[in-house]
Design a protein around this ligand. Structure first.
Ligand code: ACO
Length: 322
């Protein structure tokens, strides 16, 4: 039996930190409002000349070192992101080249906050089909470059970063089950109104900013994430008690608490980074995984459920032994 298994993790966070108190000086908000509504206390923001590929390269170097692999050992790069450097070439090709990884399958995919879960699921399929032996999988976002810094409804939520993993073919069990979903009927609840084939001229103007119906997003996120988590466990025949860690998308502490409650999981078993990172979209799950691994909480062979939800809506989960 061929499995795919994570053998290394890494993350990169930009140097600049914006606290809630900093935001009090930019928009009409308070630290207290942001903390109680979202759980966010601070977030990292890219510098003007910093790009998604810059962050990916740094996170990947750390993941490669922790897996003990060299660029030449990697045969596939997949990056989940909503904020690539360019419309083309895709950001995975930029990262492949900058890391000195030999020519290989390299692509990015866009599934909003679920981007990493989609990317990891895709890499798992390639490995189990025997078409890749060792993949570099990244979730990365420069989401603060899309934020309207005069809109208090959204600017307090987001942050930047990149999280990377090395996923390898293995004889030992790693990824047990992946479940992806999407439903475009919710497209108007959370979107960015500019793309390569639509209103590109509005990019960089006041007319281009993240549009979000916060309360509706909240409600669908809570019910969908609860269902996704239960489905992942049920279809693998794994009980809640066997779970060592839940690594949820870090959008909002209250969404995370509600999901943990539905799973009957104490918050001590949830890796939380939302307070320090904000919502980093596709980067949030792999960065939280890396935080848990590096501070020693997540150990080899533990049972982990990762899950995410984002614009589209898209959603997904990965159940694995680490
Ligand atoms: N500071 C102070 N007041 C604010 C702020 C702010 N930063 N933002 C909004 N308010 C005000 C609103 O204007 C509103 O005022 P009003 O009643 O006078 O009109 C009031 O606070 C309440 O606003 P609500 O939108 O009702 O606040 P709510 O309790 O729903 O919290 C929030 C808003 C945090 C956005 C919440 O709905 C939420 O987290 N939704 C989930 C959305 C999410 O996570 N999006 C991230 C991307 S999607 C994803 O990753 C899943």
């Amino acid at each position: 039996m061929t499995y795919s298994r994570i053998t290394g993790t890494g993350r990169f966070l930009p140097e600049k930190v914006l606290t809630n108190f900093d935001l009090e000086k930019i928009v009409d908000t308070t630290d207290e409002w942001i903390r109680t509504r979202t759980g966010v206390e601070r977030r990292h923001c890219v510098a003007e000349d910093q790009t998604t590929s810059d962050m990916c390269v740094e996170a990947a170097k750390v993941a490669m070192e922790s897996a003990g692999v060299r660029p030449a050992d990697i045969d596939m790069v997949i990056i989940g992101t909503t904020s690539p450097d360019l419309i083309f070439p895709n950001v995975a090709t930029l990262v492949q080249h900058r890391l000195g990884i030999p020519a290989c399958t390299a692509f990015s995919l866009e599934a909003a906050c679920t981007g990493f879960i989609y990317a990891l699921t895709t890499a798992d399929k390639f490995i189990k089909a025997g078409e890749s032996k060792r993949a570099l999988v990244i979730g990365a976002e420069c989401i603060t470059k899309l934020v309207d810094w005069s809109d208090r409804n959204t600017c307090v939520l987001f942050g930047d970063g990149a999280g990377a993993v090395i996923l390898e073919q293995s004889d030992e069990q790693g990824i047990i089950g992946c479940h992806l979903g999407a439903d475009g009927q919710y497209k108007d609840l959370l979107y960015y109104p500019v793309g390569a084939s639509k209103d590109l001229a509005k990019a960089g103007t006041d007319e281009a900013s993240i549009m979000m119906s916060g309360k509706d997003v909240f409600k669908v996120a809570v019910s969908t994430l609860g269902n996704v988590a239960s489905k992942a466990l049920e279809s693998a025949g794994v009980s809640q008690d066997e779970l060592d860690w839940l690594i949820p998308h870090q959008a909002n502490l209250r969404i995370i608490q509600a999901t943990a409650k539905r799973l009957n999981l104490p918050m001590e078993k949830v890796i939380l980074t939302v307070q320090d990172h904000g919502n980093t979209s596709a980067a949030s799950v792999p960065m939280a995984l890396d935080v848990g691994v590096r501070d020693g909480r997540i150990k080899r062979d533990q049972m982990i459920l990762m899950e995410a939800f984002g614009g589209g809506f898209t959603w997904g989960s990965v159940l694995m032994r680490f």
